[in-house]
Ligand binder design. Structure first.
Ligand SMILES: [Zn+2]
Length: 452
């Protein structure tokens, strides 16, 4: 394949697969599991660069079996497109097409008349997708601190030289790698030619906006409340439940957030702040702001503006401000990079990202250790912190923009899929996209390639 790509660079379309689940409002709350392909290096953030491969309804007890068949078919189709570019004589189970089948007539013909081919670049998506589908390293749900939590390096949750939370530039884990041979996956998708343990890419939406940023936003919000920023005109009840007191402040905070967002031109769909939306068990547990991806980005910008007003109180507040400043810059830079017509960072952008990473992640680690020392769990930490670190370090090292993997940050694609599911008949939900996958794939191949 390598030789073919080298001699036909204009005919090769880099392709990533992206897997996730989305809620569908059909006969009650349910989840649909879906797989898309997209071209990571396409500089146009258009929906046309993404193609749905298959969907399955996870509430359906047959969905695991259905998924296996779908993924078998996807891997088989992809390998044909990638390696042969000709219509096959038999289906994915090796059964030859009947002469009356329209596909029989096409056998041997070119799939893409210009000879364009998709080239597998990697997998992207939610951590759950990586763990459930490919059996990557166990995630934070396991209780053994000696186990590695990362698929590509030797980082563990245990304090020590390989600690995954070590965000220092010279962290020991950063110079370790795992072997591809260690990784055995039974997923049919692992049959795609080019599949490799190093081709799993961090997804900014899940690791940043739905991963570590909600912890930073939640902690900042609670701290601002504790510093009396949102005491408002209504006196905060002194007695009673801490939840009631906090809720009174959160109501004021929400009004302040909406006012700030509209006067700064930030659109959002964030519903009112609720104590239960912060996932707090008690006042010393770690808050996590439940919000949609884009809302969380806006919230972090608002938190930065509010924490700035109290940053001179003590060193913890100064570091928290630095963390928010770094996180906001990671988001702002990603937006700027998406709007550019290149996928590479220039030296100024690289330096800016390196500073933002240091401020955000090293600062957050300081806060986490500080809270641990004081027996507070105020700053939540999870493996997504480590994944975000990998993502940013890779971009700084290679100069390839991290926004390449941020293809689904806009929630339009997810919404469209959820709507498709809601109007599809259950029995055809899983079958239709897979049946059409090969055809739509090659049709889109022509169009997407021209856009790059
Ligand atoms: Zn790692």
């Amino acid at each position: 394949m390598k030789e073919w790509v080298q001699s036909n660079p204009k005919l090769a379309l880099p392709v990533c697969f992206w897997g996730d689940e989305a809620p569908i409002k059909k006969a009650g709350p349910r989840q649909c599991r879906r797989l898309h392909w997209f071209s990571p290096f396409c500089t146009l953030g258009s929906d046309r660069s993404r193609v749905l491969c298959c969907i399955s309804d996870t509430a359906d007890f047959t969905h695991k079996a259905e998924n296996l068949q779908q993924f078998e078919s996807v891997a088989w189709s992809f390998n044909i497109c990638q390696e042969e570019n000709v219509w096959p004589k038999a289906d994915h189970q090796g059964i030859p097409y009947e002469p009356r089948d329209h596909r029989y007539q096409k056998a041997g013909q070119k799939l893409n008349s210009e000879g364009k081919r998709p080239i597998y670049v990697g997998m992207c998506g939610d951590w759950n997708f990586f763990v459930d589908e490919f059996g990557l390293s166990p995630n934070y749900k396991h209780n053994n601190p000696d186990l590695a939590i990362c698929a590509i390096c030797m980082a563990t949750m245990k304090e020590g030289p390989l600690c995954a939370w070590n965000a220092a530039e010279d962290a020991d884990w950063a110079s370790t790698t795992r072997e591809n041979a260690e990784h055995v996956s039974f997923s049919p998708l692992a049959k795609i030619k080019g599949y490799h343990i190093f081709n799993f890419y961090e997804d900014m939406m899940h690791d940043d906006l739905l991963g570590i940023r909600p912890s930073i936003v939640g902690a900042s919000l609670v701290i601002c409340c504790q510093h009396g920023l949102f005491d408002g005109d209504v006196p905060v009840p002194l007695g009673g439940d801490w939840k009631d007191r906090l809720q009174t402040q959160l109501n004021v905070a929400y009004r302040d957030f909406c006012k700030w967002a509209s006067s700064n031109g930030h659109r959002h769909s964030q519903p009112t702040f609720k104590v239960c939306g912060l996932k707090l068990r008690n006042l010393s547990s770690s808050p996590y702001m439940k919000s949609k991806a884009h809302n969380c980005a806006v919230l972090s910008q608002w938190c930065k503006a509010r924490v700035e007003t109290i940053k001179d109180v003590d060193s913890e507040m100064q570091v928290l401000f630095m963390v928010l400043d770094g996180m906001v810059d990671i988001w702002v830079l990603a937006q700027e990079l998406k709007a550019k017509d290149t996928i590479f960072l220039d030296p100024t952008e690289k330096a800016r990202l390196a500073a933002a990473r240091r401020h955000a992640l090293e600062g957050y680690m300081f806060l986490w250790r500080f809270a641990q020392h004081n027996k507070l769990a105020r700053y939540g930490c999870r493996p997504k912190f480590h994944k975000l670190d990998h993502c940013l370090r890779r971009a700084i090292k290679t100069g390839l923009s991290y926004s390449c993997w941020w293809s689904f940050a806009c929630e339009g694609a997810i919404g469209t899929t959820a709507k498709t599911c809601a109007v599809s008949h259950a029995s055809t939900l899983g079958v239709r996209p897979t049946q059409r996958w090969l055809v739509s794939f090659m049709n889109n191949l022509g169009r997407s390639q021209d856009e790059i």
